[in-house]
Design a protein around this ligand. Structure first.
Ligand code: CP
Ligand code: NVA
Length: 312
């Protein structure tokens, strides 16, 4: 039996396929409860510290509402409010937080920061997005895919755009773990990090997953079940916006590209926020194949499931 009590979520690499499956099952249960308006008070007496170096709508709302409606007390902390790495080391902040709260969520720049928090806090730490990874988003994405297709194994997901950003990285991990067929479709300059790719290929060898890097969009999307994209310049990369617009224009998800999958059932996904007219056209994101609103709702269910699994 799976027991995740006390565990952090830093990259998703540290979770087995069985553990991910367990989190998804629990997420579906939490969603059913929510639809049936069943109220639980599973986090009464517990406190969650949420540290934000970057902005957030979905991740903050998902953690904060999921924790509070179970009777817990979430605390929003921006770096204007606390000493984190500025006047106090991250290690020391982690140790103090660990003495006062039951769990910590971190959203920010360096992956190293969330790793240090987890090393020193002594309580579960959840990665709510760093420059490198966005694991809680991938849980919601896997849930959404399972909701639509009834399975994950063998599903072909094509990620279009910046093949080295946090979403491209985390989807590669999630797809490898769950035996999916993952394609990054990106220009050479934006292909994934070699070390991460090697790590994921090792995982894929054990799960029968397939990972491909393809430059040509027409070739990449053939037979795709899911077309996924994300912003061309991520938070912290505002200075790269213009160069990315030039480089990634051919990788825009539009109706023509959606047709090239050759499948009517192909769905469109995006972690959001989206820049309509850039990485995706208005027609596609607002169209019938788009699952982006279910996907964003599922952030809350998966995050609640993660906290139930690791805190109780
Ligand atoms: N998808 C996502 O993480 O959204 P936010 O940046 O609004 O949290
Ligand atoms: N790649 C995007 C994801 C936002 C949820 C960013 O980091 O800005």
């Amino acid at each position: 039996a799976v027991n995740l009590t006390g565990r952090s979520l830093l990259t998703l690499l540290e979770y087995t396929p069985e553990e991910i499956e367990y989190l998804l099952d629990l997420s579906f249960e939490v969603k059913r409860e929510s639809r049936a308006k069943v109220v639980h008070r599973r986090f009464v007496g517990k406190t969650l510290a949420m540290i934000f170096e970057k902005r957030s709508t979905r991740t903050r709302l998902a953690f904060e509402t999921a924790f509070a409606e179970e009777g817990g007390h979430p605390i929003f902390l921006s770096i204007q409010d606390i000493q984190l790495g500025a006047k106090e080391s991250i290690e020391d902040t982690a140790r103090v937080l660990g003495r006062m709260v039951d769990a910590i969520m971190f959203r920010g720049f360096k992956q190293e920061t969330v790793e240090i928090l987890a090393k020193y806090a002594g309580v579960p730490v959840y990665n709510g997005l760093t420059d490198t990874f966005h694991p809680t988003q991938v849980l919601a994405d896997l849930m959404t895919i399972k909701e639509v297709f009834g399975r994950l194994r063998g599903i072909k997901l094509v990620f279009m755009g910046d093949g080295r950003n946090n979403m491209a990285n985390s989807l590669m991990i999630g797809c490898a773990k769950m035996g999916m067929h993952y394609v990054i479709c990106a220009p050479k300059q934006l292909h994934p990090d070699k070390n991460l790719l090697e790590t994921c290929l090792k995982v894929a060898a054990e799960t029968d997953a397939k990972i491909e890097i393809i430059e040509d969009p027409d070739k990449a999307v053939e037979g795709a079940d899911v077309i996924y994209t994300d912003v061309w310049a991520s938070m912290g990369e505002e200075d790269k916006q213009q160069e990315r617009e030039k480089l990634l224009r051919p990788y825009q998800v539009n109706e023509e590209l959606m047709r090239k999958t050759g499948k009517k059932e192909t769905i469109f996904m995006h972690c959001l926020p989206a820049v309509k007219g850039q990485e995706v056209t208005y027609e596609v994101i607002e169209g019938k194949q788009s699952k982006v609103w279910d996907e964003s709702e599922n952030r809350k269910h998966t995050i609640k499931a993660l906290m139930i699994a690791t805190l109780l």
